[in-house]
Design a protein around this ligand. Structure first.
Ligand SMILES: Nc1ncnc2c1ncn2[C@@H]1O[C@H](COP(=O)(O)OP(=O)(O)OP(=O)(O)O)[C@@H](O)[C@H]1O
Length: 332
């Protein structure tokens, strides 16, 4: 049994070889502040965010692409792994995809949590490598591929060849920042305060960053008027969301250019021919692929299973460990 885990800022996904994605839950843990006891994990804990009495806290232990609270991360990982492994005769090998910025102590905490939950062997893999494998790219050859993985907290951009990362960058601009940009825009434009969940809904069901014939579509949103303090409904159009999202989207495009500038010429030629592959939930933002293609003048593809790519790739990496470069995988 081989298991791949995407330990993400927004959600945690578990892939089991032969079964596919068996678990997808928000990375949230609810704790009793006084006793430290875990009260709920995942979806159940997410529902408690912003709605807990004084002694209960709902925590997102991974924030902005880093492990903000590694004790809670450890508890959460253990909880989900136990759920998947339960009563199995054979202890699995586990590959965990961790945030780009992670310390040695955190690496050990993740490995220990997986071992305590029943893993026979635990490995850690870098996000862009797992994303590329999950997207079906053959990164073992001396040919350049470019992956742009836009998650909740971070965007990881990397050029890969011969099973490793040749150059890349990680910026803290991704899905969460898109939501924040919509919150700010609505506040400025309509004097309306909306929550992050409403902003996310606007982003997923209406927003576009490449206006076309559909941009006159609109959506009614509810919030609290900053003038009267009372609930109020306003209508936002897709064209307005494009304006709202301009700043974070430009930062992602700038980061892509900065990596392309560092890319050795031979690999750059491969990428311009093979194109850029986008993965992660953030890559589903309407029009983002078209905008990046227009700006870079290169073909851009969104991976088939953009959201589950990383977990899938982490699991598959266990099948091709010998094809990965020396620094691609970390093992205690
Ligand atoms: N259809 C969609 N359109 C736009 N954004 C989307 C869509 N579906 C999901 N998202 C966004 O994708 C983000 C989550 O992506 P993903 O699950 O890949 O992140 P993660 O792996 O948990 O985060 P990270 O890689 O930063 O640790 C959220 O911000 C979510 O709002």
């Amino acid at each position: 049994m081989d298991i791949g885990i995407d330990l993400g800022t927004a959600s945690i996904l578990v892939y089991v070889r032969g079964k596919g994605i068996v678990l997808q839950e928000p990375s949230v843990v609810a704790l009793d502040k006084d006793t430290g006891e875990v009260l709920a994990v995942g979806e159940q804990a997410r529902k408690m965010i912003g709605r807990t009495p004084g002694n209960i806290v709902a925590i997102r232990p991974l924030r902005a692409g880093v492990i903000a609270d590694y004790t809670v991360t450890e508890l959460m990982l253990k909880h989900f792994l136990k759920k998947v492994i339960q009563r199995k005769l054979f202890r699995p090998r586990v590959m965990v995809c961790v945030p780009a910025v992670i310390t040695e102590v955190e690496k050990r905490a993740v490995i220990e949590a997986a071992t305590a939950a029943g893993a026979r062997q635990t490995f850690l893999i870098e996000e862009p490598i797992a994303a590329a494998i999950g997207a079906g790219l053959d990164i073992s050859k001396p040919v350049g591929s470019m992956v742009v993985d836009i998650g909740g907290g971070t965007t990881d951009i990397a050029v890969l060849s011969l099973g490793g990362i040749v150059c890349g960058t990680s910026i803290r601009v991704a899905g969460d920042m898109f939501d924040e940009a919509i919150v700010k825009y609505v506040k400025k434009e309509f004097n309306l305060a909306i929550g992050e969940r409403t902003a996310e809904e606007v982003k997923i069901s209406l927003a576009t960053v490449f206006p076309d014939a559909d941009s006159s579509k609109s959506l009614e949103i509810r919030g609290r008027s900053l003038i009267s303090g009372l609930p109020q409904t306003v209508t936002i159009t897709a064209r307005q969301t494009c304006e709202a999202l301009q700043e974070p989207v430009e930062r992602i495009i700038e980061a892509i250019f900065s990596v392309l500038e560092k890319t050795p010429p031979e690999l750059a030629a491969d990428i311009s021919e093979r194109g850029i592959v986008m993965t992660g939930g953030g890559s589903l933002l309407n029009g983002l692929d078209k905008l990046i293609a227009q700006r870079t003048n290169m073909p851009v593809y969104v991976a088939e299973d953009a959201v589950s790519c990383v977990a899938l790739g982490a699991g598959k990496a266990l099948e091709c460990l010998d094809m990965l470069g020396p620094n691609a995988v970390y093992k205690k």
